[in-house]
Design a protein around this ligand. Structure first.
Ligand code: MCN
Ligand code: CUM
Length: 784
C-alpha cells in the first residue's frame, strides 16, 4: 500500500512495533531497584472496618512497606476527589462500600511476595446490609452508603433534567397514540486487553515524581496529582506509554495509582502496581447501569411529537464518572436522537449503590450510548404499536438535511447531516425489501429471522471550554509542530492513543496541510514533559479537537513558510500561492510556476538567509484549539439475525453499517474503529453483563463469566459511508471512535425482538443470551 500525501488509506505506522511485539506497555517498564505493590481488597459489599492488623505482613522478609487507610489519613490522602467532584476512598478507613474496594497496599521486593503478604493482613469487618439494586437505593429503609458525607440522609447523588416538561406533557395529553417501555441498559465493562497499572518513581534528590500509567488523559492526571498531593506540577511527569486498549476504562485516577506513588515516596524506590483481570473487572470503571423508562407521543399516522424519559442511574459507591462538570448525566440529553419532534423532557436521578464506581466508559460518548439505545428501542416499540415498518417509521421522522444546523428540543446544536440518504444507502446495501420477503416466507415455516435497524446521532469532541470542563480544567487542546531543517516534522499533541492509530492519522493531517509524506511526520503524545497541555482522549474528541489543533498549527507553520519563501523568491507574500502537486507542497509566485518546496523553505528558514523584519526564522508553531461546538457524526445500521426457537440461540447473520463521520482522514482506520465497535455492540446485546448476587458478590470477575465476543459471534461486517463534513471543523472531520459501539446494540436487540414478533414479545433486556431469549419465547421475559 503506497503512502498517500495526506488523507487516504495507509497502514498504521505504529503497527510496525505492535505486530513485532515491540510495543512498550506499563508492565514493560522496569526500573533498577523497582519494588512491587499489591492491593488487599474487600470481600464485602458493605462493612464497617473494625481493625486492620498488618504486623504479620510487615514481618514477611520481602515486604518493604504496608500502607493502610490510616497511613494515608496521616498524609491527608485517604480520600481523593473523583472526576465528578465527589470523593472516593483511596484505601478504606471507616467502611468498605463495594466488593473489591481497596483496603491495604503491600510493597514487596517482587510481585509474588506482595501477593503472598496480602494474605497475612488481618482485617476485622462488621458486615452491614447492602444496596445492590438501584431501584431500592432510595427506599426509606435502605442502608446509608455515604455516611462519610456530612448531613446526608439518603443515597441520592443528583437529580437532573433537560427539555421542556410542560410542553412535553401537553403533547402527551393530546396525543393520538402513546407508548411506554421500561428498559435496562445493564452494567457492562470495557475490559481492555491491558489492565490498569502504574509505575511510580519519586526521586528524593530532585523532588521529581515520574508516573507511568496507561492514562487517556496524562495532563489532567498530572494537574490533579499536583492539586491533591500538593506536589509542584513542574516536578511531576506523567508518561502514558503504549496502551493496550482504553475504551474509557483509563480516564480516571484509580486508588492503585495513588498507592504506587505513596509507596515510592515511602520506600524511596520505584514501585510498580499492575492489577490482574479480576481486579480490573471488579473495581475499575464499569459502564452504563441505566434503568430507563421511555415514552413516545405520536399521531396515528406515525409522526412522532414528543419523547419523555425517566432514568435511574446507578453510579456505584462513589460518583466517579468522568464527564464534563455541567453534565451529571453525561450527554444523555441528546436522547431525542435523529428525529424531528416538537418537545422532549427527561429526568435523571443518580444514586449510590454498593457496587464499584464508574459509569462513563466503554465507548459511551458520555452516555449517548444509553440515549441512542433508548430512542431506538422506543421507535421499534412505536412501530409495533402502529403496525408499521420500522424503517418506514424512521424515514418519516428523521431530520431533513435542510434543517441543519438543527437545535434539538433539549438544546443541542447538530452541525450537519443528511440522514435520509444514509438510511437509504444502508437499506439498499441490505436489500431491505428482499430481506422482509425472506422473513415472511420463513415465518410461514416457523423459522425465526429478525431484521433490526438503528439510526444514531452522536455529539463528540468536547469543548468548547466555557461549557465543558473536568474539575475546572477546560476542554481545549494544545498542539506544537516543528519542521526540521531537512523538512521532517514532529507534531506534539495532548491527546493520547489507546489503539486508535493517532501516530498515523495525525501525521496524515500535518502531511495534508504541508504537502509532505506522513512518513516524514512523527507524532509525540502521552508524555507531559514532551507535549502541550490538553484534556486527553475520550468522548471521541481527539480528531474533533486535537485533530483540529493539528490542522491549525500546520496552517500557522505554512503561513510562516510563506514569509520565508517570500524572502527566498524576492516576491511579496501576497503574490504567493500554496500548491500541492505529486512531489509535495510549495509556495509559488502566482502565475509563474516559480516556487519553493516546503523542504527548501525549511532549510532556508534555518539558514543564513536574510529574513525581513518581524520574520523569526525556523519553522515551528504552537496553537490551542477551543472547539466552537461538538461534531455530530451519525449512521444507519441494519442487523439480520436468525434465532433458534428451540434453544434461544441468536446468530448474527449480517450487519450493514453506514457511518458518516464527515471527511475521513484514513478510511482504513475508520473502518477498523467501526469493526471494533460493532463487535462491542454484539457483545453487549447478546452476552455481556456485570452481574451481582443480592449480597453484592460480583458474579463476573473473570472471562469465564464475563463474556467477550469473538470472531465466531461476528459476521463479516458490511460497511458503507456517506460524507457530510462538519462545517466548523478545519478539515470537516467528525469523531468516529465510539460510533459503532453507540449505534449497534439497539440494531441487534431490535433484530432479535423482530424475530420474536410471532410470540408477541415487545421488549427484553440485554444481554439476550440463549436463556433470556428462550424465556421470552416462553412468554416470560425478564421484562415485557
Ligand atoms: N478518524 C479518521 N477520520 C475521521 C474520524 C476519525 O481517520 N473523520 C480516525 C482518527 O484520526 C483516529 C481514529 O479514527 O485515528 C478515532 O478517532 P476519533 O473518533 O477522534 O476518536 P479518538 O481518537 O478520540 O478515540 C477515542 C475513542 C473512544 S472515546 C473510545 S472509548 C475508544 C475508541 O476511540 N477506545 C478505543 N476506539 C478505540 N479503539 C481502540 N483500538 N482502542 C480503544 O481503547
Ligand atoms: Cu465513554 S469511553 Mo471513551 O469516551 O474513552
Amino acid at each position: 500500500m503506497s503512502t498517500p500525501m495526506g488523507f487516504g488509506r495507509m497502514h498504521r505506522k505504529e503497527d510496525a512495533r505492535f505486530i513485532r511485539g515491540r510495543g512498550n506497555y506499563v508492565d514493560d517498564v522496569n526500573l533498577p531497584g523497582m519494588l512491587h505493590g499489591a492491593i488487599l481488597r474487600s470481600p464485602h459489599a458493605h462493612a464497617r472496618i473494625v481493625s486492620v492488623d498488618t504486623s504479620a505482613a510487615l514481618a514477611h522478609p520481602k515486604v518493604r512497606a504496608v500502607i493502610t487507610g490510616e497511613t494515608l489519613a496521616g498524609l491527608n490522602l485517604a480520600w481523593m476527589p473523583t472526576l465528578s467532584a465527589d470523593t472516593q476512598a483511596v484505601l478504606a478507613t471507616d467502611k468498605v462500600r463495594f466488593q473489591g474496594q481497596e483496603v491495604a497496599f503491600v510493597v514487596a521486593e517482587d510481585r509474588y511476595s506482595a501477593r503472598d503478604a496480602l494474605e497475612l493482613i488481618d482485617v476485622e469487618y462488621e458486615a452491614l446490609d447492602s444496596v445492590i439494586d438501584a431501584k431500592k437505593s432510595l427506599d426509606e429503609d435502605a442502608p446509608l452508603i455515604r455516611d462519610d458525607h456530612e448531613g446526608r440522609a439518603d443515597n441520592k447523588i443528583f437529580d437532573w433534567e433537560a427539555g421542556d416538561r410542560a410542553a412535553t406533557d401537553a403533547l402527551f395529553e393530546r396525543a393520538e397514540v402513546t407508548v411506554a417501555q421500561d428498559m435496562l441498559y445493564p452494567r457492562v465493562h470495557p475490559a481492555p486487553l491491558e489492565t490498569c497499572g502504574a509505575v511510580a518513581d519519586f526521586d528524593k534528590v530532585t523532588g521529581k515524581l515520574t508516573v507511568w500509567c496507561p492514562t487517556q488523559a496524562p495532563h489532567a492526571h498530572r494537574t490533579l496529582y499536583a492539586l491533591v498531593a500538593g506536589l509542584p506540577e513542574h516536578k511531576i511527569r506523567v508518561i502514558s506509554p503504549d496502551i493496550g486498549g482504553g475504551f474509557g476504562n483509563k480516564v480516571g485516577i484509580y486508588p492503585g495509582y495513588v498507592c504506587a506513588i505513596v509507596g515510592s515516596i515511602v520506600t524511596g524506590k520505584p514501585v510498580k502496581w499492575m492489577e490482574d483481570r479480576s481486579e480490573n473487572l471488579m473495581s475499575t470503571s464499569f459502564a452504563r447501569d441505566y434503568h430507563m423508562r421511555g415514552e413516545v407521543a405520536a399521531t396515528r399516522d406515525g409522526k412522532i411529537q414528543a419523547i419523555r424519559v425517566k432514568v435511574l442511574a446507578d453510579h456505584g459507591a462513589f460518583n466517579g464518572t468522568a464527564q464534563p462538570t455541567k453534565f451529571p448525566a453525561g450527554f444523555f440529553g441528546v436522547f431525542t436522537g435523529s428525529y424531528d419532534l416538537q418537545a422532549a423532557h427527561c429526568e435523571v436521578t443518580g444514586v449510590y449503590t454498593n457496587k464499584a464506581p464508574g459509569g462513563v466508559a466503554y465507548a459511551c460518548s458520555f452516555r449517548i450510548t444509553e440515549a441512542v439505545y433508548l430512542v431506538e428501542r422506543m421507535i421499534d416499540v412505536l412501530a409495533l404499536e402502529l403496525g408499521v415498518d420500522a424503517a418506514e417509521l424512521r424515514m418519516k421522522n428523521l431530520l431533513r438535511s435542510e434543517q441543519f444546523p438543527y437545535t434539538s428540543p433539549t438544546g443541542w446544536e447538530y452541525d450537519s447531516g443528511d440522514y435520509q440518504k444514509t438510511l437509504q444507502l444502508a437499506m439498499d446495501m441490505a436489500g431491505y425489501d428482499a430481506l422482509r420477503r425472506e422473513q415472511a416466507e420463513k415465518r410461514e415455516r416457523g423459522e425465526l429471522m429478525g431484521i433490526g435497524l438503528s439510526f444514531f446521532t452522536e455529539a463528540v469532541g468536547a469543548g468548547p471550554r466555557k461549557h465543558m470542563d473536568i474539575l475546572g480544567l477546560g476542554m481545549a487542546d494544545g498542539a506544537e509542530l516543528r519542521v526540521h531543517p531537512t523538512g521532517k516534522a514532529v507534531l506534539r499533541v495532548s491527546c493520547q492513543s489507546q489503539g486508535q492509530g493517532h501516530e498515523t492519522t495525525f501525521a496524515q493531517i500535518v502531511a495534508a496541510e504541508l504537502g509532505i509524506s506522513p512518513d516524514d511526520v512523527d507524532v509525540v503524545h502521552g508524555d507531559t514533559d514532551q507535549t502541550p497541555f490538553g484534556l486527553g482522549t475520550y468522548g471521541s474528541r481527539s480528531t474533533p479537537v486535537s485533530g483540529a489543533a493539528a490542522a491549525m498549527v500546520s496552517r500557522k507553520v505554512r503561513e510562516r513558510a510563506r514569509q520565508v519563501a517570500s524572502a527566498m523568491l524576492e516576491a511579496s507574500p501576497e503574490d504567493l500561492e500554496w500548491t500541492v502537486s505529486e512531489s509535495g507542497g510549495s509556495w509559488t509566485v502566482s502565475g509563474t510556476g516559480v516556487g519553493k518546496t516546503i523542504q527548501e523553505i525549511a532549510l532556508a528558514a534555518h539558514s543564513n538567509l536574510e529574513l525581513p523584519d518581524g520574520v523569526e526564522g525556523h519553522l515551528d508553531a504552537t496553537c490551542v484549539y477551543n472547539p466552537p461546538n461538538l461534531t455530530y457524526p451519525f449512521g444507519a445500521y441494519i442487523c439480520v439475525v436468525d434465532v433458534d426457537p428451540g434453544t434461544g440461540q441468536v446468530k448474527v447473520r449480517r450487519f450493514i453499517a453506514v457511518d458518516d463521520c464527515g471527511v475521513r482522514i484514513n478510511p482504513m482506520i475508520v473502518e477498523g474503529q467501526v469493526h471494533g465497535g460493532l463487535a462491542d455492540g454484539v457483545g453487549m446485546a447478546l452476552m455481556q453483563l456485570m452481574a451481582f448476587d443480592e449480597d453484592g458478590n460480583h458474579l463476573g470477575a473473570s472471562f469465564m463469566d464475563y463474556l467477550l465476543p469473538t470472531a465466531m459471534e461476528c459476521p463479516s461486517w458490511e460497511l458503507g459511508e456517506t460524507v457530510t463534513p462538519s462545517p466548523h471543523h478545519p478539515i470537516g472531520a467528525k469523531g468516529v471512535g465510539e460510533s459503532a459501539t453507540v449505534g449497534s446494540p439497539p440494531a441487534v436487540v431490535n433484530a432479535v425482538l423482530d424475530a420474536l414478533r410471532p410470540y408477541g414479545v415487545r421488549h427484553a433486556d440485554m444481554p439476550l443470551t440463549p436463556a433470556a431469549v428462550w424465556r421470552a419465547i416462553q412468554g416470560n421475559p425478564i421484562r415485557t
